[in-house]
Ligand binder design. Structure first.
Ligand SMILES: C[S@@+](CC[C@H](N)C(=O)[O-])C[C@H]1O[C@@H](n2cnc3c(N)ncnc32)[C@H](O)[C@@H]1O
Length: 382
């Protein structure tokens, strides 16, 4: 079996539960790129995983047991399907990479259709196997979304294709009292942002008949559709044309009406402020503004601006739902930004309950802190 020896620093990290070994911590490798390797420190075996000398994360640990890749993949797919299926039936983030102890692999399941994103070289040769395993759980179509910088860094090809079946029409999923089209081929990311599910359902609970609701950075309408289903009068703001078209389809699917503005969020909010518009509830769910530590200071300024504009548009006694999916921005940073924006705009904000996070199918694995990334606060504004 191929083997890799790691230094003492990496060994103590792995003993703590970490799943990554960086290039500088590899002492010796008797392995080829993509090999399933035994991970050793001196004479101790610390676990098993995949090796790639071309990646900054040179070894990714998958298991502490002596087992084959097929065994560990089948076991983890089975275990996660069991407990996630109990909460979410047949639509869930099946595998959340490091969060579910399968580094580099994301799988979203939308009823009979699954989408795979993979950034681990060694796993690529097992994707057909994974698709077959999923078929045993009732999945008929599996789409590989294989584009992006993460794959390039790993030396993986840029490719998008059906691994199983081939769905012609978008899937329709249910969430709370709302229904959504999910276009796994043409949509953003895997086709739908499942991480915000619980927060969207919470919004549906808090919107009253006739409330004026503004859903900014709406994507396919996630939050706003729930608000419309609850009887809200919703305006959506989304830059993407394809996503905006899907918002309209989702409105029709739910027998609801709403206004869709396909434009930049900041420009649109500034125009609305100039016109004196007010809303009873505003949702701000921008894309990740900080991907790494180097982006933090710029991202904080942007979050501040977005929240400042949002707060100016909320009616007194109304609600601000504000989110950040930037992992490097901590919950404490984020609350500080919202409070700072409140002070600047002369508003007073009260957090309803606690700062919320990602849905439970986006499992957080504490030794890999990047698995905890989403922050979502519901604030009453005065
Ligand atoms: C995190 S997603 C929103 C997810 C959505 N709230 C949901 O629940 O499905 C962020 C969205 O912001 C959009 N976006 C990015 N930059 C934008 C901009 N400058 N103005 C408006 N929308 C933008 C993206 O196209 C993406 O759909």
């Amino acid at each position: 079996m191929a083997r890799v020896w790691v230094n003492e620093g990496a060994a103590s990290e792995l003993k703590r539960g970490a799943l990554h070994v960086y290039a500088q911590n590899i002492e010796k490798a008797e392995a080829k790129d993509g090999d399933w390797v035994e991970i050793r420190h001196e004479n101790n075996v610390l676990g098993y995983g995949f090796y790639n000398s071309k990646s900054a994360i040179t070894v990714r640990l998958f298991t502490w047991e002596e087992e084959s890749p097929e065994e560990v993949l089948a076991r983890r797919l089975e275990e996660t399907a069991r407990w996630k299926g109990k909460i979410y039936d047949d639509t869930y983030r099946w595998i959340f990479a490091e969060g579910d102890l399968i580094p580099g692999l994301v799988i979203d399941r939308f009823r009979d259709t699954a989408v795979i994103k993979n950034q681990t070289l060694g796993l690529e040769q097992y994707l057909e196997f994974i698709a077959e395993e999923m078929q045993r759980h009732g999945v008929e179509h599996v789409y590989l979304k294989g584009k992006g910088g993460g794959r390039r860094k790993e030396g993986l090809p840029q490719t998008e294709k059906w691994l199983l079946g081939g769905r012609k029409e978008p899937v329709i999923i249910e969430e709370g009292n709302a229904r959504f089209y999910v276009d796994v081929v043409g949509g953003q990311k895997t086709g739908f942002y499942l991480d915000q599910r619980e927060n969207r359902i919470e919004l549906e609970r808090l919107v009253l008949e006739g409330d004026r609701v503004l859903d900014v950075f709406a994507s396919t309408g996630g939050f706003g559709i729930h608000a419309a289903v609850a009887g809200g009068d919703v305006t959506f703001v989304e830059l993407g044309r394809t996503a905006s078209r899907t918002i309209k389809k989702n409105l029709r699917l739910n027998g609801a009406k709403g206004k869709v503005i396909t434009a930049d969020a900041v420009d649109t909010m500034k125009k609305m402020i100039r016109k004196g518009e007010k809303y009873d509830a505003i949702v701000l769910d921008p894309p990740a503004l900080a991907k790494g530590r180097a982006d933090i200071s710029r991202a904080k300024k942007m979050y501040f601006l977005i929240n400042e504009l949002g707060l100016k548009l909320v009616e007194s006694g109304g609600m601000l739902v504000t989110c950040s999916c930037s992992q490097p921005i901590t919950p404490r940073d984020f609350l500080g930004i919202v409070q700072g924006a409140a002070e600047k705009t002369g508003r007073h904000v009260q957090l309803l309950g606690h700062l919320r996070g990602q849905a439970p199918d986006h499992t957080v694995y504490l030794p890999q802190p990047e698995t905890q990334y989403l922050k979502c606060g519901f604030f009453r504004v005065e």
